[in-house]
Design a protein around this ligand. Structure first.
Ligand SMILES: NC(=O)c1ccc[n+]([C@@H]2O[C@H](COP(=O)([O-])OP(=O)(O)OC[C@H]3O[C@@H](n4cnc5c(N)ncnc54)[C@H](OP(=O)(O)O)[C@@H]3O)[C@@H](O)[C@H]2O)c1
Length: 255
């Protein structure tokens, strides 16, 4: 992927950082994005250490804000010269939105949409013209199988994730005329990440994470497994794949 520039939102996060590393291993340049400038820069320093001579940029921005998303894409083009790939790995929740629907807090619904779904809409809207200017490219949105498989206590989480999936599938049909491909990578649990570790710690014997780990007969994926698929989808090897939502869950389900 020499010459490609890939923006990774949430690039200093567990999956995002490993994704940046695998793009660098494929000779692409990466832009590490997150809200915390210090965290982005620390991730960039770590990546430059692992891949001497690689082009790594750190650009902080909150992509739940549209103006910030547009400025981020402009900054990517100014710093790196072009944009060929967008990986949206930034994630955000809101207080009071987990649990049985009737017990969720309606005052937080918009915050959840803003942080979970609108971040994707904002960065895609901002990035599409830049991808077109580069002659085409690829978008990969990290999602979650909670958007495919109905489950109690996940009504709002599932709704935002399903929304992201259908957005990406529909956008894929619009954007293919400009040689822009759009896909979702959808894990259930990703072992070794803080999100998974927090869930496991809640009930290490019989909680959801523990049960999933024993039921996934191929083993739950790691961030490295997720990153490998994301890089594939953005690379020339994925040139004919678009509009897909690919679950990576070690055989936990066939969603
Ligand atoms: N880990 C799992 O088990 C798992 C399972 C299923 C799905 N997923 C999905 O996979 C994706 C990545 O997960 P992860 O485990 O890597 O999460 P993570 O470690 O929490 O990383 C997410 C990153 O997003 C950044 N972020 C949050 N809001 C942002 C915003 N508005 N603008 C820019 N950056 C923002 C955060 O950095 P700052 O705080 O510095 O902004 C953080 O580094 C998410 O969509 C997640 O839901 C993960």
């Amino acid at each position: 992927m020499t010459g490609h520039v890939v923006l990774v939102t949430g690039g200093a996060g567990a999956i995002g950082l490993e994704t940046c590393a695998q793009f660098l291993a494929a000779n692409a340049a990466v832009v590490v994005n997150g809200r915390d400038a210090g965290r982005c820069e620390a991730a960039a320093v770590q990546l430059r250490g692992r891949f001497p001579g690689a082009r790594v940029f750190a650009l902080a921005a909150d992509v739940s804000d549209y103006a910030a998303s547009a400025a981020l894409v402009a900054d990517v083009e100014a710093a790196a010269g072009r944009l060929d790939g967008l990986v949206h790995s930034a994630t955000g929740g809101a207080p009071g939105v987990l649990g049985k629907f009737e017990q969720t807090d309606p005052a937080q619904y918009l915050t959840l949409m803003q942080r979970s779904l609108c971040t994707l809409l904002n960065i895609c809207h901002a990035a599409l013209p830049a991808l077109r200017r580069a002659g085409g490219g690829a978008i990969v949105a990290l999602s979650s199988d909670s958007g495919k498989i109905a489950a109690p206590n996940q009504t709002l989480q599932g709704a935002t994730r399903a929304g992201a999936m259908m957005f990406i599938r529909s956008l894929a049909l619009e954007a293919s005329a400009d040689a822009i491909r759009c896909n979702c990578v959808s894990p259930t649990f990703v072992q070794g990440t803080p999100i998974f570790d927090r869930m496991l710690a809640q009930d290490p014997q019989s909680g959801r994470a523990a049960r999933a780990a024993s039921r996934a007969k191929l083993g739950l994926p790691t961030a490295s497994d997720i990153a490998a698929l994301t890089v594939f989808l953005c690379s020339p090897a994925g040139a004919h794949l678009t509009g897909q939502v690919i679950s990576v869950n070690g055989g936990l389900s066939a969603a």
